[in-house]
Design a protein around this ligand. Sequence first.
Ligand code: AMP
Ligand code: GLY
Length: 427
Amino acid sequence: MNILLLGSGGRECAIAWKLSQSPRLGELFIAPGNAGMALYGTLVPIKPMDFAAVGEFALANAIDMVVVGSEDPLVAGIVDHFKSDEQLCHVLMVGPSAAGAQLEGSKDFAKGFMLRHGIPTAQYLSVTHDNLTEGLRFLEQQQSPYVLKADGLAAGKGVLIINDLDEAKRELSAMLDGKFGKSSATVVIEQFLKGIECSVFVVTDGKDYRLLPVAKDYKRIGEGDTGLNTGGMGSVSPVSFADEAFMEKVRTRIIEPTIAGLQAEALPYCGFIFFGLINVGGDPLVIEYNVRMGDPETESVMPRLQSDLIDLLEAAATGHVADVEVAIDPRYAVTVMMVSGGYPGSYPKGKVITGLNDVADSIVFHAGTALDSEGNLVTNGGRVLAVTSYGTTQAEALERSFQSVQRIHFDGKYYRRDIGFDLMHNA
Ligand code: AMP
Ligand code: GLY
């Protein structure tokens, strides 16, 4: 099977790594990919948002299946673009239609969907300029901290958590006035939930689903979960508190009602659903839906997936998920992200990366890397490399990732040493 994978981050690198292990893989093309992904497939200089170019490439290269890594093309309708084109409609698409992708593309839609289907989530009110007064009153009724979310996609930056009520009110107005462009023309105000988060992933064909390994990501730049938010500083899988009893609640209260809701509302959906959950006193609530895999969770999830990824994704795209089994590696996987000094603020690019050949016990997924004009591997983003290791305990997996991280060098490299610490007491 010839596959076109869209994306260029650590997540797509992990997906490419896994696809490349399948005996069923014909050619793998990655658009646009990054320097590290060239190990697994052919890089194609096409932007995932250029649907016409993606379609032409798929036709010219006898692509059988397209795997969409990130949310933007899905929310913008890449699946619909393929399905509505006579020449392209035979291509299997892993990802929801634009209608299904609203689960991530509109927080207002997602909250309404959860309300309609009785799926546990924080109380909320959606606010526009038209009901600002009601919004301000709703804020007054909440307890600090106050949670404000831009309705639309905002490159992971559209959620504000604010301690002070007056500041929250000012921010609400600023958001409605365009702080995040059109994305915040509607703002969802939410009750703040206190608990510990985890990321649950399923592959679905819109009727049935299979669970992938549960993971947890670490978003803040600083150890002890302090400092600015990032695209993710590391991840672990499995998650100690996501035991059988918790996962039974997740299945019956969240996953199954979500898939039933998609069917009831005739929202075509196949591919990944990423449930961003919070454990509040043993009960899971949905913080957010995403319509793709997580980054950097994928870098610890894919290594634990023993089953063939092509079988699973093909089953999702053809409506046969009920026929496939998913086997999971019982070991822990821990991912440590190596980032550029200065990130998530401004940071330099083009720093030469050395030492990759000295890594023995880890898998290194590339996120922001490139080759310079002399063919050196160099940094090309804030998040540079995701270093994943297995262990029979979480501590062992973490230790192996640290050993590897210390062998890899580039000027200004930074990483967190406490990935998974909050879960460690019983892992
Ligand atoms: P997002 O950018 O949508 O991933 O949200 C960023 C983060 O904000 C989430 O991962 C949570 O840590 C936090 N968050 C979002 N909504 C809530 C909420 N209702 N209560 C507490 N924390 C939240
Ligand atoms: N790791 C969170 C996300 O991918 O959105």
